[in-house]
Design a protein around this ligand. Structure first.
Ligand SMILES: C[S@@+](CC[C@H](N)C(=O)[O-])C[C@H]1O[C@@H](n2cnc3c(N)ncnc32)[C@H](O)[C@@H]1O
Length: 363
């Protein structure tokens, strides 16, 4: 089925079907059929529509996205995070095994004396809530985040600084500088890392917990779907790499971090993998529903969302996919959605987080 971009164009110009019909020389019922995909216009009408809207015939036919120039998701601005509290709440559900953080703090990092911690891109303080119970008494925790909304939502008694991490005036005063799911959102992760290292005392420890989308993506399995139809890695990779090329937002920053930190002079670098694997078993309905909610919110899925799927195709095309690839991917998400949201099948998901840590030494 051809999916014309007619409805979007007409709405964006604020004109009625009758008005468009009059200009193009057909009936408004015909325009309605084109918009709902029950009929396809003749070539002469496609050309007339393209001329009228000032776009290409491929854009009318939906073979090119309406927004030709790549547009960034602006994830390093406070505006972007204003309405993301729901996403943060659900995606943080069962994100870590607490005992693994306890193990890291006590056995791997061997933190025995009180420490002053600074958390970059702290959001509503999730990492503070996870680590504070295991830090020695007298430790302090400070979070810095660009989003007032996130900070207002915080439940932990820590000190918050509302500031853009790029502008942060670094002073060498913290024993530990940490971040989680932060560098992935930035266009200049190296610049943020320099500020982070600048805030670290000599001998202090840097900990970056960041995703590698390839790992995260490979670690999903859904009962009743075959593995290759869940993944479509080649198509996803095309989308991710466009983001990297056009806005420097690095989908695999987690795996590149040891190299970045090495170049910035951090020593004794080690890398671990976050060990949480969520297994959603429908036999336990309450737990299943919670894990399902977290998964769906992380993916940004909505139930029966035909309009949303259309927008998704347009966005994916704007990020370098052909219409065919974009439709393949959204139909694939549709299958996953069906299994998880309607059929309530069991599923498994890893986090894809890599934990890179090392120490700042005297230069
Ligand atoms: C995915 S959230 C992670 C929040 C928290 N670390 C967690 O794991 O729950 C990314 C956070 O980075 C913050 N952020 C994005 N760009 C920023 C910037 N330039 N300076 C400071 N914070 C920023 C956002 O406001 C958001 O709270």
């Amino acid at each position: 089925m051809i999916s014309l971009n007619l409805f979007e164009l007409r709405k964006s110009r604020g004109i009625t079907q009758s008005y468009l019909a009059e200009v193009i020389g057909c009936s408004f019922q015909t325009i309605s059929k084109w918009e709902t995909g029950t009929a396809v216009p003749d070539v002469k009408y496609v050309i007339a529509l393209a001329k009228f809207f000032g776009v290409t015939t491929d854009q009318i036919l939906g073979l090119q996205p309406l927004k030709q120039d790549y547009f960034s998701r602006m994830t390093e601005t406070d505006e972007y995070w204003e309405d993301k509290l729901h996403y943060i709440h659900s995606s943080r559900y069962e994100l870590w095994n607490q005992d693994y953080m306890e193990f890291l703090i006590q056995k791997v990092w061997k933190i025995e004396k009180k420490v002053d911690v600074l958390d970059f891109g702290c959001g509503n303080g999730y990492l503070a809530g996870l680590t504070m119970p295991f830090l020695p008494e007298g430790s302090t925790y400070t979070g810095i985040d660009i989003s007032e909304v996130m900070i207002q939502d915080a439940k932990y008694p820590i000190k918050f600084i509302c500031k853009d991490a790029y502008d942060y005036q670094k002073k060498e005063k913290y024993d530990m500088v940490v971040c989680q799911a932060f560098l992935r959102e930035l266009s200049k992760p190296k610049k943020a890392l320099e500020n982070m290292i600048g805030s670290l005392k000599t001998g202090g420890m840097m900990v970056c917990i960041e995703v590698n989308r390839e790992l995260d993506h490979a670690g999903i399995y859904i009962e009743g779907l075959d593995y290759s139809s869940i993944l479509m890695t080649e198509i996803q990779r095309k989308y991710w790499t466009t983001e990297l090329e056009k806005s420097d937002r690095d989908y695999a920053v987690g795996i590149r971090l040891p190299f970045l930190l090495k170049d910035l002079g951090i020593k004794n670098i080690e890398v671990r993998v976050q060990d949480k694997v969520k297994f959603a078993n429908p036999d336990n309905k309450e737990e299943y529903d919670r894990l399902q909610g977290a998964f769906v919110s992380e993916k940004g899925w909505k139930k029966d969302n035909t309009e949303g799927d259309k927008i998704a195709v347009e966005v994916l095309m704007n990020r370098g996919l052909t219409r065919e690839e974009a439709e393949q991917l959204t139909s694939n998400w549709g299958q996953m959605k069906e299994k998880i949201m309607n059929e309530k099948k069991a599923f498994l998901k890893t986090t894809g987080f890599l934990i890179t840590f090392g120490r700042k030494e005297q230069i």
